[in-house]
Design a protein around this ligand. Structure first.
Ligand code: NAP
Length: 309
């Protein structure tokens, strides 16, 4: 049985680590540096808060430079940290090592795969929700399981699911193998592009976008055009209806991008709207509404001293 090495003991990484570990599976956390490791040891482990109940999981942890070989890695950092984090671990990966990529959006998966061409990359798209409790975030080893959902896993072009999915079953991690994971990632990216930046610019909860129907419809039209041009026609089907459904179904929520900006955190815009527009440029298609949205969002971020990529 391979050990689950988990890089990024943040929200999703912590949620996965606690569930795998309590099912009796071997887990090791990879923390950023010795300072983080020392803070983690003082905390005595990771705390998972689920349905209001807290449980402590004293999962072993290490720093990236340790020489323990890695056969299976769950990469649970943000998209903008993924390539560099994997590069640091490359010397420890065994030939054919599996890397499960939990990053939202697109672009980081390609960058990781290019860095470690001998590894098998498995992409994931998750609708689960978790956050770190307590400030400052980096010192928080307390993860709250905030929203039940599903994680789709897949490798482009691979229909056969790996045998270790059974370990996720045992750990109670809701999942499915997808034989078209790129379609799932593109669909989620499109939903994100139609909703999240507008919630930031209009300073509203998701439901507030009901006041901007023409703007939402215009973005959906351009996103559908882009999906078709990328060969992702299935991901374009009923996009506008689905966006309206998500706006209604999550009306009281603040989008993840809204929360990032409100807390002064870097967003993953470069792997969402930014990626969409880079693809449009590569394909030579003009998407003026999306372009304008990106421009306005960048100005908004720059005015708050946040990275614009
Ligand atoms: P997060 O809470 O910010 O956690 C990211 C973790 O990665 C942090 O603990 C960070 O460590 C760590 N990290 C970054 N670079 C590292 C490095 N080089 N070495 C070691 N650790 C490193 O992020 P998250 O919310 O779990 O999100 C992870 C990904 O999942 C994102 O792409 C996000 O969009 C996606 N996602 C999240 C959710 C959710 O509900 N949270 C849902 C669906 C998808 P430090 O604390 O030291 O900075």
């Amino acid at each position: 049985m391979s050990t689950w090495h988990i890089l990024g003991a943040g929200s999703l990484g912590g949620l996965w680590a606690a569930r795998l570990s309590r099912a009796g599976l071997p887990v090791r956390l990879i923390l950023r540096d010795q300072a983080r490791l020392a803070q983690y040891r003082v905390a005595g482990g990771l705390t998972l808060v689920e349905d209001g109940l807290a449980s402590l999981h004293p999962i072993p942890a290490e720093v990236p430079s340790t020489d323990i070989p890695i056969r299976r890695l769950l990469l649970a950092c943000k998209a903008y940290d993924a390539e560099e984090a994997v590069a640091e671990l490359a010397p420890r990966l065994t030939p054919g090592a599996e890397i499960i990529l939990l990053q939202n959006g697109l672009g980081s998966q390609e960058a990781v795969a290019a860095r470690v061409p001998r590894a098998q990359c498995i992409f994931a798209s998750s609708t689960e929700g978790a956050f770190r409790e307590g400030a400052p975030e980096g010192n928080s080893w307390r993860v709250v399981y905030a929203g039940r959902g599903q994680t789709w896993l897949g490798t482009p072009g691979e229909r056969r699911a790996p045998e270790w999915l059974e370990e996720l079953q045992r750990a109670g991690i809701p999942h499915d193998w997808s034989d078209d994971i790129l379609a799932k990632l593109w669909r989620k990216l499109a939903l994100n592009c139609a909703i999240n930046p507008l919630t930031v610019l209009h300073d509203c909860r998701n439901g507030g976008l009901r006041d901007w129907p023409a703007e939402v419809a215009g973005l959906c039209e351009e996103l559908s055009e882009l999906l078709h041009a990328c060969g992702q026609g299935a991901a374009a089907s009923d996009l506008h209806q689905d966006v309206l459904r998500v706006i209604d179904g999550t009306a009281a929520n603040f989008s993840s991008m809204y929360q990032d900006v409100a807390c002064g955190r870097r967003t993953e815009i470069g792997y969402l709207l930014g990626y969409a527009l880079r693809e449009a440029q590569r394909l030579g298609i003009e998407l003026p509404r999306l372009q304008d949205l990106l421009q306005r969002l960048r100005e908004h971020l720059a005015a708050r001293g946040l990275p614009v990529d």
